[in-house]
Design a protein around this ligand. Structure first.
Ligand code: TYD
Ligand code: MG
Length: 473
């Protein structure tokens, strides 16, 4: 029997199949199998073994200087990259189509070029005319960024080898193709081969290569996550399209911190930096409404205050809805279960909606208590004290557990004019929470919070001081 010359690779999980099928056996994805030729990229054994070269082995102790960096001057961008772009590195910027990746990178390259770096922006999606029009809108038409519209990898590498830029932007990796492969652009094989070649170019010449990748709806970089392993840093640009805020988040970074975020605002003239995100996320907050709690969170090293809104309403249909925007729905289910089991608050026949205002996505368990407070406030239709911020993790037993860096959270709240904190008595690392920063309303367990909300329900309209007494520290 002749040796097969091609096989089928699932574009979703990368599993290799001998023959085509409508559905991938491994991941269950429909219509994801694409034919690829076998063995075109394999390196011959004779190439692999270089005679006379012995692997060098060193200890862990050596002195190495920090890698040289190119700061863009856009503070929020530099914060996320860990202080600027590293020479000889490859970076992937992912995000939904239309979120503003091209805008962000065009603006950053403009700043880098203005500071004397040689920047090449290669667009595979838009014509040079389209990018020029955008540049004019962003006030960059006089900027020395070099621009090209090209999708063939060979042509791109040849061109780059000649011009030797400091920074290369490829917008986007999914449009590139190399004629060494039979597969169509955007398939795993093409994305992998092109990313590999460009990463090699970066290491060889000391340029920083930034790859743009579109993310599919379920959060995967299309043409799976193969590129993530190859590059030195992965940044995600995210946000709700209906909101102005855009958040650049480091997902992986070999040269800097992860969890760091940069906040931008999309406007007429492109993206502008937001140096005080808390003020932005709390902008336009309605003081006296029930179902809202201000969460003092941490994004990387930076404290960020956001409003968490909850609405508990009678369900119109048999099965109640649980809808969440900006938080984990599994975590919401847990908080609801603890409220039912430990505090006797019933959600049977009730819809629960939860929303993090401003389009931020919160990943911290420290938001548990703020979520519970917002839900309780909605259930009893009683506003929380308007000058309070909330944080604390809830355990399944209903206890409120300490969280990290309470001081930073409280200082940010104090800076923004909040007067007290609803939270656990101790902080995770530093022991006692310092009540010097802000008075602390101590919540030992969840029922304690419910009692306070209920007690203050005895009449904020009638007897304000009684309602206040419920929240006394
Ligand atoms: P874009 O950078 O093209 O997104 P991506 O590259 O991630 O697909 O951004 C497109 C959106 O940004 C588009 O909906 C219009 C909006 N936009 C502005 O609001 N203001 C601007 O100045 C620019 C350039 C774009
Ligand atoms: Mg784009």
């Amino acid at each position: 029997m002749p040796k097969p010359t091609s096989h089928f690779v699932c574009q979703s999980c990368g599993t290799v199949h001998g023959k085509w099928a409508g559905r991938c056996d491994a991941c269950g994805q429909w219509n994801a199998l694409v034919e690829e030729a076998i063995g075109q990229l394999s390196t011959k054994a004779s190439n692999r073994r270089k005679k006379g070269r012995v692997m060098e082995i060193v200890g862990l102790g050596g002195e190495t200087a920090d890698p040289p960096r190119m700061a863009s001057g856009i503070k929020e961008f530099d914060r996320v990259t860990g202080g600027g772009l590293v020479t000889g590195s490859a970076l992937l910027v992912g995000g939904d189509p239309g979120i503003g990746k091209s805008t962000l990178l065009l603006q950053s390259s403009g700043r880098l070029a203005a500071s004397g770096r040689k920047v090449v922006y290669i667009s595979g999606e838009e014509s040079t005319g389209q990018v020029q029009r955008r540049a004019r809108r962003l006030g960059l038409s006089e900027n020395p960024v070099s621009l090209a519209a090209e999708t063939s990898l060979g042509t791109i590498i040849d061109g780059l080898m000649q011009s030797r830029p400091d920074v290369v932007i490829i917008d986007s990796i999914q449009t590139l193709w190399t004629d060494q492969l039979g597969a169509a652009p955007g398939t795993v094989a093409q994305v992998r081969a092109c990313a590999q070649e460009l990463t090699r170019f970066a290491k060889k010449t000391g340029a920083c290569v930034i790859l743009v990748g579109h993310v599919t709806k379920d959060g995967q970089i299309a043409g799976p996550r193969v590129v993530e392993h190859m590059v030195d840093a992965v940044l995600y640009f995210e946000g709700e399209k209906s909101h102005q805020f855009r958040i650049l988040r480091a997902h992986k970074n070999r040269f800097g911190p992860t969890d760091e975020i940069g906040v931008f605002e999309m406007g007429e003239g492109g993206l502008t930096e937001v140096s005080n995100p808390s003020a932005l996320f709390l902008d336009g907050r309605d003081d006296a409404s029930s179902g809202a709690a201000v969460f003092a969170g941490l994004e990387g090293t930076r404290p960020v205050l956001t409003e968490i809104q909850a609405l508990v309403a009678p369900a119109a249909f048999g099965t109640p809805r649980r809808a969440v925007v900006g938080w984990d729905s599994g975590r919401l289910a847990m908080v609801l279960a603890v409220l039912e089991a430990r505090c006797g608050v019933s959600f049977a026949g009730k819809d629960v909606y939860l929303n993090v205002a401003g389009g931020l996505r919160i990943n911290e368990p420290a938001a548990d208590l703020a979520v519970a407070a917002a839900i309780a406030s909605s259930v009893f239709d009683i506003p929380l004290p308007r000058d309070a911020v909330v944080f604390g993790e809830i355990s399944l037993s209903g206890d409120v557990r300490p969280v990290g860096r309470s001081d930073a959270r409280m200082k940010e709240a104090a800076k923004l004019g909040f007067g007290r904190v609803i939270g656990p008595a101790i902080s995770r690392k530093s022991g006692e929470i310092d009540p010097q920063i802000l008075p602390l309303i101590r919540i030992k367990a969840l029922p304690d919070l419910i009692t306070r909300v209920e007690t203050s329900a005895n009449g904020p309209a009638v007897l304000d001081s009684q309602a206040e007494a419920a929240w006394a520290a």
